[in-house]
Design a protein around this ligand. Structure first.
Ligand code: ADE
Length: 252
């Protein structure tokens, strides 16, 4: 996948992009990221990318010309070809979800325009295919949102997580449930023991315990997810039992 990022803060990207999995994905040629400095598409001495809002008001507005000119340099004049998504990050966008990440992971090319939080000249929206918010809070700019989107999408590209791990397509975790508790060595630490079942070597019991922990955790923390989760009759019976008891995750 090819990703272009249009930003006034290119220095925010090398650290997160070169570390760990995203760094390896680029080294392996699975992901190509092109950071575009919008100031390179200005024509004044101060390389101005924002200006005062027409009609008055607080804050500055991102000028349309650098964004339009950067897009002209990247994309054909007739607009983005199929398989290319031009995404504006903004708190007014559609909320980003795992299913959006899956959908975007199938694109050939993403162009991410990092908006600034006070606003972007409305005409920029004529050039975008998607407007995405990463949540109901306000960041100082769209750069961190672009990195979040890029990270969530890149890990879904086949091969990026390596052959041992494959993210499941159905949901944002297993069957639309939150994951249950995980442990590693040592078996006891500062008086806190790993549940005995995980040390038992009894794989059927371990599978059932994990499923029940996931159900209990989801019921406790994100009951809204249970409406869309893939549940079997045994799951439903277990949840009924928990609801009858008042909901907390049990050990057994
Ligand atoms: N820019 C500022 N806040 C944002 C958010 N929550 N999501 C995407 N872009 C943003």
């Amino acid at each position: 996948m090819k990703v272009d990022v249009l930003t006034v803060l290119p220095e925010m990207f090398p650290g997160p992009l070169n570390a760990s999995i995203l760094g390896r994905a680029q080294a392996a040629g699975l992901l190509t990221v092109n950071i575009v400095n919008l100031r390179d598409f200005t024509h004044d001495r101060h390389r101005t990318t924002d200006d005062y809002p027409y009609g008055g008001g607080q804050g500055m507005v991102m000028k349309p010309e650098p964004v339009f000119e950067a897009l002209d340099a990247l994309l054909p004049p007739q607009g983005p070809p199929p398989g290319t998504r031009v995404i504006l990050t903004s708190p007014q966008g559609e909320t980003f979800t795992q299913s959006r990440a899956w959908e975007l992971s199938r694109a050939e090319r993403l162009v991410l325009i990092c908006g600034r939080y006070e606003g972007v000249d409305e005409r920029v929206r004529h050039r975008v295919t998607d407007e995405i918010s990463i949540g109901d809070y306000v960041l100082t700019g769209g750069e961190l949102a672009a990195l979040v989107i890029l990270d969530a999408v890149a890990r879904l590209i086949p091969g990026v997580l390596g052959s041992g791990t494959s993210p499941l397509e159905e949901s944002f975790s297993c069957d639309g449930l939150l994951e249950g508790p995980q442990y590693t060595r040592p078996p006891e630490y500062r008086g806190l023991a790993v549940p005995e079942v995980l040390l038992s070597g009894d794989h059927a019991r371990i599978r059932q315990w994990r499923r029940r922990q996931a159900l209990a955790r989801t019921l406790e923390r994100r009951p809204d997810l249970l409406e869309r989760a893939r549940l079997g009759p045994e799951d439903r019976r277990y949840l009924e039992g928990l609801r009858a008891k008042g909901g907390g995750p049990g050990e057994g």
